[in-house]
Design a protein around this ligand. Structure first.
Ligand code: C2E
Ligand code: CA
Ligand code: CA
Length: 398
């Protein structure tokens, strides 16, 4: 055997590793053939591996020892992969992928148990508390994701709508669509608990279309409900939250256009809320905003002031609306600085031609302060909590 940096050479008949050795690395077979044996080369041959295949990865993944012996069946060239190269990636990977990997490994081990020696020792790590914890967590997540998928199919993921009020004159100007999961046992589940889960899989794309469809259908219904008593007010609008995964989906934009057309809602009455954190994908977001503007959709920058993006993005991207984060609104009472900042942000938004929304308004004082500053719209428990569409319709037609 000789060693040039990461490449290791063996001659025909050489031992690469034997049963019971510590598994501290894996190999990619660059050329030649490796035989895997139950014991030593006199024992039975399990399989042979050829160039391009991976060797010895199993022990590395679950930190056990070699369960088979590997011999060079011909002259052999192997590229060594360090343990950390593998484990680091696994640790950084999606918890569900990690769990699947562990489940598969466990199954493989159980299946092959009679062939291998010292399996019990090797299973030490697999049976460890930490491992079981990760496994339980991962399995819980898979189950939860499956339930969410089912809920989506059953129509148990629904929208509620929170009115946004014109602060100057007090009328309902529009709504934000917020999603809820009606769970048969757990009751209403908050989007904080399931949006992330949906984002980790591709479920968010289907779910997002569902949310969009419901929101557009309701908007046209809300508009009709109100028209019966007051047609002098501007059209109602609907704000809809989107996630990064939706923007990255090639068909999402086409689909939401179709939905808007299906319900005959005017594009300018739809406001798409994106968050500051999404601006990290600058190029993509820029293109998306352009597409939306070409079609007529409005773009609102949500949670303004919480992210790291600062003013650079306001300079380069065109938002129609700024939504100041609730933290600023909450600080009105306790921190006089927040008032000054709110004044400046409002003035800036106006001069840049953006409308400005304050969310999380919980009392009269907040509402009055913000109205006097010239903030256009207010949203918060002081006015209305998020409600289902029947409640909204009854308020609109009151
Ligand atoms: P967000 O977009 O910042 O939505 C505002 C959140 O503040 C909502 O929580 C709303 O119910 C809550 N809120 C409104 N007024 C008040 C108030 O006066 N006081 C307090 N304490 N809270 C108030 P919700 O509905 O739990 O939504 C949480 C987050 O989940 C949303 O934050 C949004 O990031 C995400 N989300 C909700 N629905 C969707 C959706 O359809 N798609 C996506 N991608 N994300 C969604
Ligand atoms: Ca929002
Ligand atoms: Ca927000």
């Amino acid at each position: 055997m000789s060693n040039h940096s990461n490449t290791i050479f063996f001659s025909k008949g050489d031992l690469v590793f034997k049963v019971g050795d510590e598994a501290d690395c894996a190999y990619i077979i660059e050329s030649g053939t490796v035989g895997l044996y139950v014991d030593d080369q006199t024992g039975s041959l399990i399989t042979t591996l050829n160039s391009g295949e991976l060797l010895g990865e199993m022990g590395v993944i679950d930190s056990s020892m070699r369960l088979v012996s590997a011999y060079a069946e011909s002259d052999l060239e192997l590229m060594q992969i360090n343990k950390t190269q593998i484990t680091q990636r696994l640790q950084n990977s999606d918890p569900i992928i990690r769990t699947l990997m562990n489940v598969l490994l466990k199954r493989i081990r159980n299946m092959t148990q009679p062939n291998y020696r010292e399996v019990r020792d090797a299973n030490k790590t697999i049976g460890s508390n930490e491992h079981n914890l990760n496994l339980t967590e991962g399995i819980h997540k898979i189950r939860f994701e499956k339930e969410l998928f089912q809920a989506l199919e059953n129509g148990d993921v629904v929208n509620v709508y929170q009115p946004m009020v014109n602060l100057d004159q007090g009328y309902i100007a529009g709504f934000e669509a917020l999603s809820r999961w009606k769970h048969p046992e757990k009751g209403m589940i908050s989007p904080f608990e399931f949006i992330t889960l949906a984002e980790e899989s591709d479920l968010i794309v289907t779910m997002g279309l569902n949310i969009f469809d419901n929101a557009c259908r309701q908007l046209s219904e809300f508009q009709r409900a109100r028209k019966t008593y007051d047609f002098k007010l501007p059209d109602l609008f609907m704000s809809i939250n989107v996630s990064m995964a939706q923007l990255s989906d090639a068909y999402f934009f086409e689909r939401i256009k179709q939905i808007a057309e299906k319900y005959k809602v005017k594009a300018r009455n739809i406001k798409i809320e994106i968050t500051e954190s999404m601006l990290a994908e600058y190029g993509l977001v820029r293109r998306w905003i352009k597409d939306c503007h070409n079609y007529g959709f409005k773009i609102s920058l949500d949670d303004f002031g919480t992210g790291y993006s600062g003013f650079q993005h306001l300079l380069e991207l065109d938002f129609d609306s700024l939504k100041i984060d609730q933290a600023f609104i909450r600080a009105i009472e306790s921190n006089p600085k927040s008032l000054i900042m709110l004044e400046v942000i409002t003035e800036m938004a106006k001069r840049l031609g953006m409308s400005i929304v304050a969310e999380g308004i919980e009392n009269l004082e907040g509402a009055e302060t913000l109205a006097s500053m010239g903030v256009d719209f207010g949203q918060g428990y002081y006015f209305f909590k998020p409600m289902n569409s029947e409640e909204i319709i009854s308020i609109l037609s009151r």
